[in-house]
Design a protein around this ligand. Structure first.
Ligand SMILES: [Zn+2]
Ligand SMILES: [Zn+2]
Length: 182
């Protein structure tokens, strides 16, 4: 009984980093709650970290944002997801939709490349897919060879649109195992 009570308190926090469309962030609450069976809370908004912008790239260093998000995680939150609107990159990749670190239970994603101006529903679907993907990494999941699994590595929005936000059977099982071990 006590264990069940403890489990019912498992929380994923969502933090806006800089600006992020509040309508999209609100939508992510429901998506993440359903995908991970967790309670969702709004973490206090974080400023964009000073020095994370690289004018030579015209983008923001994703790992700097991830550091800020990881540092903001309360011990009572099982995982934390930061949502930003600035375009992100890492040194090895021209751009990234997001990055995550399972060892720090944290992830960051950006809406910058996900917005479909003529189709707000599509923007929400893409944001859901990216949020579940990065949090999947934060729970220790790797990439998938099934192009319809949310853990497929997308290089393009066409791939993001194709894969959707569902886990394949193998990854759903891996998530349940991660859960049992948590
Ligand atoms: Zn990935
Ligand atoms: Zn998979």
């Amino acid at each position: 009984m006590e264990k069940r009570l403890e489990e019912s308190r498992r929380i994923i926090a969502i933090a806006t980093v800089g600006d992020a469309d509040p309508g999209v962030v609100a939508h992510l609450h429901g998506v993440i709650e359903e995908a991970f069976c967790r309670g969702i809370v709004d973490a206090p908004a974080l400023p964009l970290p000073k020095g994370a912008h690289r004018s030579s790239r015209g983008r923001w260093l994703a790992t700097d944002l991830l550091d800020a998000v990881a540092a903001a995680r309360s011990q009572s939150w099982e995982r934390i997801l930061g949502v930003a609107e600035v375009d992100l990159f890492v040194p090895d990749l021209n751009f990234v939709f997001g990055v995550a670190d399972a060892s720090r239970s944290a992830a960051i994603m950006s809406l910058a490349r996900l917005v479909a101006r003529a189709d707000p529903e599509r923007t929400l679907r893409r944001a859901a897919t990216e949020a579940v993907h990065e949090l999947g990494h934060a729970y220790g999941l790797g990439h998938c060879r099934d192009a319809r699994c949310v853990m497929w590595f997308s290089n393009t929005l066409a791939e993001t649109d194709r894969k959707g936000s569902q886990f394949c059977a193998r990854h759903a099982a891996a998530l349940r195992r991660a859960d049992a071990g948590a």
